[in-house]
Design a protein around this ligand. Sequence first.
Ligand SMILES: Nc1ncnc2c1ncn2[C@@H]1O[C@H](COP(=O)(O)OP(=O)(O)O)[C@@H](O)[C@H]1O
Ligand SMILES: [Mg+2]
Ligand SMILES: [Zn+2]
Length: 504
Amino acid sequence: MTLGMTFGVGLQGLAGNLVTIEVDIADGLPAYTLLGLPDASLSESRDRVRSALTNSNEIWPNRKVTVSLSPAWLPKSGPSFDLAIAVALLIANQTLPNCEGTVFLGELSLDGKVRSVRGVLPALLAAAKAGITRAVVPTANLAEAKLMVDLDIIPMQSLAEVLRWLRTGERAEAEPLDIQCESDDSFLDFSDVAGQPRARLAAEIAATGGHHLLLIGPPGAGKTMIAQRLPTILPKLSIAQALEVTAVHSIAGTLGNRAPQSLLAPFVAPHHTTTRVAMVGGGSHVIRPGASSLAHNGVLFIDEAPECAAGILDSLRQPLESGEITIARSIGNLTFPAQFLLVLAANPCPCGKFSGRGRNCTCTSQQVRRYLGKLSGPLLDRIDLRVIVDPVSRIEMAQNELGESSAVIRARVIAAREIAAKRFASESWKLNSQIPSRALRTTYQPERAAMNFLHDELDRETITARGLHKVIRTAWTLADLHRHEIATLADVKQAYTLRDGVEL
Ligand SMILES: Nc1ncnc2c1ncn2[C@@H]1O[C@H](COP(=O)(O)OP(=O)(O)O)[C@@H](O)[C@H]1O
Ligand SMILES: [Mg+2]
Ligand SMILES: [Zn+2]
């Protein structure tokens, strides 16, 4: 009896467990048994491993082969164990030396190529935690793997290459892949946006205080443009935040849309026809994070939000409340992070032509009300800013002067966030949008004159109690931007007008 052993990683959501792969080759009738809760795609590894080995001129042992993945209780899925199984098999067959302290990640194609796999970064995080010092990864996943600076990362393109390295120590020159941390990989800039002073200000306030934002306006007014540029005025991600973002995108297999080393807050814009699973995660076979997790630490933008199917927007309630999303499954719950800035865009009416000037719109006033009414409900409770975006005028478009650049706005956002962070040093929250209602009535009341103003509006029923809290939260952000120590009457009045009187 001969035994071969290697390491792989099993992922459950973002959490990984080091998996020991043992292969035993014994005399007896040719057979192949895979133990340790494999799913369908992992069970198919036998055929991939066998073809890959034969096509790499290795010998497939025509004996009794037992492959055991432990811990046995841990459900294991996906093709990422192929490479580790192939190597353990050759060690057991005594055609490879032992290889300790190394984790192997990669799917094998039938001709012996090492294919990219999902979840390399979270897998390596788990491996490093378990004391692994070296990792063989598919070359296609190198950029992501290199984020693990403390691991010796060995990128490989084929099984033959892996075997040559294990036998001789030879390895191809490290890829000349440039993975310097790009701090700014967006070519979008707020200076592209002409006019729209109110919407620009609303974006700045949203970025500063973490206030969710609703933009209402006709097609072509620049709503999408403004939303897309929010990441360029949000603070850059910390390394820890960037790793979280990359890990989620790695599991979802969407790193194609995003550089793994990017420090730019992500921007994710699911279409309004999207499904609940695509929005918040799930799946029947392989569980994937949804748009709300892909937008973690960044912006989730939903264009034409009133067109969303019933229940889709409501599915965002859990992540909006807790900053994460839990997906229940029979073998245990999975949790993905989902802390995002929500931006909704809506046409003012079904035909989209309604504007402050009301021209060309063919909708009845009832239709207009009903359309935006689709957004009502608990979701809107969480949106502090509602801004009407009128079409940009010809004069504004013709202006030669560019608008303020993202860099200038971002500097103000960061400075104001620092002031808020100091104020909230002993609180459990960091942003003005997160001030709990109770604290708004006690510690974080605006100045007296401002409260009088708000109470008058309450008496006149021009604002609801709920709206009042939103105004105060926004007013604190304005105070931070204006360097006021307390939210003043002017801050509160400005916050009040920023709601555009849109009481949905
Ligand atoms: N304020 C603006 N400044 C500059 N260009 C604009 C502006 N608004 C719209 N545009 C132009 O119109 C196009 C469509 O704008 P978009 O942001 O998609 O509008 P909306 O999302 O409101 O329908 C943009 O790509 C841009 O070329
Ligand atoms: Mg648009
Ligand atoms: Zn209309």
